[in-house]
Ligand binder design. Structure first.
Ligand SMILES: Cc1cc2nc3c(=O)[nH]c(=O)nc-3n(C[C@H](O)[C@H](O)[C@H](O)COP(=O)(O)OP(=O)(O)OC[C@H]3O[C@@H](n4cnc5c(N)ncnc54)[C@H](O)[C@@H]3O)c2cc1C
Length: 379
């Protein structure tokens, strides 16, 4: 079996690993336009459940991740300068580049043909393989090339956001809200290595315009945001890595496959970063697609199996992510809440965690909430 994969991100590399491991006679080529050590992005996060899936699928990759990760168990919400901590939320952070290096090394060990520095211009030229996988990210060319079949819907959302790093270590998934004279800024931050944290800043388009971020240089934008988040950054600068203001692109596809072509990861779907990283979805997609080939299934049958098994899971997650994304788009409406109320609203915003689940995760937090906000005891 010959497999062509466009895109050497988490989805493409992990799918290559699982398919080669299951059957070493498979001829698998990954085409990646960047160099192996291109340092785009900062850290990515996984839940414990995702780590469990990775362990079950390939212990060697799991070990490579465990050797490089940072874990924490709290979500911290900072509002009006006050921090509310909610325990029982175990997550893992790893540098995106370390994760890619782990996956690349495992591909090489298994004999996957990795071709770096190769930009694919016309994916149809690669469709002569038994299977062509479009794992080429949010702006997928494979998706565009076969758009009449995949029928994608691409929804560019109004909020602006930017990925930075910082040496200030946030020991937990920290959601910080700061109001300046131009509007409300939210920062999503977490430690992903011993000396670095991701620091994503998000704001609505009015705040962005009033803050003049459309015309500010990179240095000026960072200086302004360092001022807004001065108390949180504790004197540490924001670090840019080709960081740019972007609008979140919500990707869905009516159809996930066309003949021997299938999409994977961000090319197939996106979910707002406030609910969990696209990397988790990309890796779990790769597991689902590789699983659908088990038992020597034919390509056509495997792709049907993949879509029917994976689509309901992805759609449920996208639904929860939609609610979360819209919450952040209207964050300014929540700023009149107390820190405790805001923390509770954030934890329950997507509907996946309810009051009782939260009580099991952190009884103290719920006791404080019931005393301080509800003013009565729940039984
Ligand atoms: C630059 C960048 C930085 C990011 N930073 C973070 C972060 O800090 N934290 C976080 O949680 N998430 C981050 N993300 C998002 C997250 O990584 C994605 O949700 C996740 O990586 C999805 O995995 P993927 O394999 O589907 O796509 P991607 O990781 O986007 O991988 C797609 C790959 O395809 C390659 N490619 C695209 N078109 C072609 C072509 N025509 N020919 C050859 N190769 C091609 C790209 O170079 C890329 O390596 C980032 C994404 C990008 C692209």
């Amino acid at each position: 079996m010959k497999i062509h994969i466009v895109g050497g991100g988490p989805a493409g590399l992990y799918f290559a690993i699982l398919m080669k491991k299951a059957d070493p006679s498979r001829e698998i080529v990954v085409f990646e336009r960047n160099a192996p050590d291109a340092t785009f992005g900062w850290g990515v996060v996984f839940s414990d459940r995702t780590l469990g899936y990775l362990y079950d699928s390939d212990e060697a990759t799991h070990q490579g991740i465990v050797d490089n990760f940072q874990t924490w168990d709290n979500v911290d919400v900072v509002h009006r300068g006050e921090k509310v901590s909610i325990g029982g939320n175990r997550f893992t952070g790893i540098a995106r580049i370390r994760l890619l290096n782990v996956l690349q090394a495992r591909c090489a060990e298994l004999g996957v043909d990795l071709r770096f520095g190769v930009e694919i211009g016309d994916p149809a030229a690669l469709a002569d393989a038994d299977l062509l996988v479009g794992a080429d990210g949010v702006n997928s060319l494979v998706r565009a090339r076969y758009a009449e079949h995949f029928q994608p819907s691409l929804d560019s959302r109004p909020n602006r956001y930017i990925w930075y790093g910082t040496r200030r270590l946030f020991h937990g998934l920290t959601l910080t809200f700061r109001e300046s004279d131009t509007g409300v800024f939210a920062a999503h931050s977490y430690k992903f290595s011993r000396d670095c944290s991701t620091f994503i800043v998000e704001c609505d388009p009015e705040t962005w315009q009033r803050g003049g971020f459309d015309t500010r240089s990179d240095e000026q934008a960072r200086a302004e945001l360092e001022r807004v988040f001065a108390a949180d950054l504790e004197g540490h600068p924001l670090l840019s890595n080709n960081s740019k203001w972007i609008q979140f692109l919500l990707v869905k596809n009516s159809c996930w496959r066309h003949e021997n072509v299938v999409l994977l990861g961000d090319a197939l779907h996106t979910a707002h970063f406030s609910i969990g990283s696209g990397t988790k979805l990309a890796l779990e997609d790769a597991i689902a697609l590789a699983t659908s080939f088990e038992g020597g299934a034919k390509v056509e049958d495997a792709l049907v199996r993949f879509e029917s098994a994976r689509r309901p899971i992805v759609e449920a997650l996208q639904e929860a992510a939609q609610v979360s994304m819209e919450w952040f788009e209207h964050a300014r409406d929540a700023m009149n809440q107390s820190p405790l109320e805001l923390a509770y609203a954030l934890m329950t915003r997507s509907g996946r965690i309810d009051h009782e689940k939260l009580r099991r995760r952190d009884p103290n937090f719920i006791a404080n909430y019931e005393r301080g906000v509800v003013g009565q005891d729940y039984q």
